[in-house]
Design a protein around this ligand. Structure first.
Ligand code: PFF
Length: 462
């Protein structure tokens, strides 16, 4: 009865909004459009879609079914297969813990930029006020007090939602936030693609370029697409296990495992349509990562004249929503494990207290990463990285996530094949994609995961 006391989704729509909310995050907005443009355009998109079909859907299904079968968070779920896989579960606990540290700081940046654009709308002193975007950004990220306060606000909001519980907090928030995000994104897309010169942005994203596949180039394209897909779909770290554990037995696992990746990919492409045409129309160079969001796009909004702050506010607010629906999934994953452990010991679980305690640890991390100021404040750095954000990212996204997913595919494909078949067979009409699932998880997922792992390590140290 564990899942009863931790909570359950009120409806399948609510689950979907929460799961898509987790998947849609900073990765979609600043990762996908840029990687697509730089790694072969339409050709990258095709590879990405193939990977989503053969790996993304399959791993999502494996995670959801493992979660629902065990009724446990990520550690308990792996322990339910065998105690010896406990470590895989702990990988899936450490990763969200680390990601939360830097994700909260970036979420705080979004709050700051949404407020600053609002300030411009009212000609207030707290607006961007025509400051040069790159200077404005570097002054901000080096400002330890402001960035710490903004990250703390973001963590606090995350805690307040997660403490409300699965259906009363996460689901309730996602059901309203995700449609809002979608609507705001549509408005920004319409503005972006109708700007003069928007076509260059579209051709940056979509023009097929097969050059990138020459020689061994295809390996790095595959690794980059695979890494992007993994992070974007929130896989390899127990999020979908945790969210699956709150699903009712009569919900359709296969259908959900297809819808979530499709929705995430659709929003990633839409993010590209919102961002790239505007960047090119303003005559700027495309970028990836924080530079795209906080420098390039801010320049675009400033170039738009009086309507700029409106679109600026809309965009940063929608990125904030994307980020917070992801961070609540991360914090829930962390807290669910602690709740499971308390239950195992026969103790009562107090969701509120656990959320505050884990949230406090996250807050400490977020302040630390903020104080580091993207490496601008002279902190000692390790593993050859330039800032602590990158170090946290290296350990989680670079190593633990792909390694965890690789081990998972070996367990599901080779050691305990069919472990969750009975769970998936509860779907109306039975386990429809059984053969496909077994084939992919046995032969395709492990190969792709090795590539992703190698690609990630190469990109962090290359
Ligand atoms: N999927 C989110 C993104 O694309 O930004 C980030 C993320 C959230 C990654 C949750 C991993 C995760 F477990």
């Amino acid at each position: 009865m564990e899942q009863q006391s931790k909570g359950q989704w009120g409806s399948n729509f609510g689950f979907l909004m929460a799961a898509v909310g987790s998947a849609v995050g900073l990765g979609n907005l600043w990762g996908f459009p840029y990687k697509m443009g730089n790694n072969g355009g339409f050709a990258f998109l095709i590879i990405y879609l193939v990977l989503v079909a053969f790996v993304g859907v399959v791993v999502t299904l494996a995670e959801l079914s493992l979660g629902r079968k065990s009724g446990m968070g990520v550690v308990g779920a792996y322990e339910s297969i065998s105690k010896k896989y406990s470590f895989v579960g702990w990988f899936g606990w450490i990763s969200p813990m680390l990601i939360l540290g830097f994700y909260s700081m970036l979420g705080g940046y979004c709050i700051k930029y949404a407020i600053a654009n609002l300030g411009d709308l009212f000609n207030a002193s707290w607006g961007v006020n025509g400051a040069e975007s790159a200077t404005y950004f570097s002054t901000f990220y080096g400002d330890q007090i402001q960035t710490s306060v903004m990250s703390l606000i973001f963590v606090l909001l995350t805690i307040l939602i997660v403490k409300g519980g699965v259906s009363g907090g996460i689901e309730k928030f996602s059901k309203f936030a995700m449609p809002a995000l979608f609507f705001m994104l549509l408005i920004v897309i319409i503005r972006s693609v109708t700007l003069d010169g928007a076509g260059a942005g579209l051709s940056f994203m979509f023009k097929p370029n097969f050059e990138v596949f020459k020689g061994t180039g295809w390996i790095s394209v595959l690794a980059s697409a695979g890494g992007q897909m993994f992070f974007s779909l929130s896989l390899g770290m127990g999020i979908m296990i945790t969210y699956g554990s709150y699903m009712r037995k009569d919900e359709n696992l296969e259908r959900n495992a297809i819808i979530v990746p499709m929705a995430d990919t659709t929003i990633a492409i839409m993010a590209g349509l919102a961002v790239m045409p505007a960047v090119f129309a303003a005559g700027l160079d495309p970028a990836g990562g924080p530079g795209l969001l906080f420098v390039t796009l801010q320049t675009v909004f400033q170039a738009m004249g009086s309507a700029g702050p409106i679109f600026g506010f809309l965009l940063y607010a929608l990125v904030f929503i994307a980020a917070i629906t992801s961070s609540i999934s991360l914090l829930e994953t962390v807290c669910a494990v602690v709740m499971d452990k308390r239950m195992e010991k026969g103790k009562t679980i107090n969701r509120t207290a656990i959320t505050w305690i884990m949230g406090a640890i996250v807050a400490a991390e977020a302040v630390f990463v903020s104080l580091d100021g993207l490496g601008s404040n002279g902190f000692i750095q390790i593993f050859g990285q330039g800032c602590w954000l990158d170090t946290f990212d290296l350990v989680s996204e670079g190593i633990l996530m792909p390694l965890g997913a690789l081990i998972m595919s070996i367990i599901f494909g080779w050691i305990r094949p069919g472990y969750t078949d009975d769970e998936i067979s509860l779907d109306a009409g039975g386990f429809k994609i059984e053969k496909y699932f077994h084939f992919c998880i046995k032969f395709i997922v492990p190969v792709i995961m090795v590539l992703v792992l190698a690609g990630q390590i190469d990109s962090f140290f290359g």
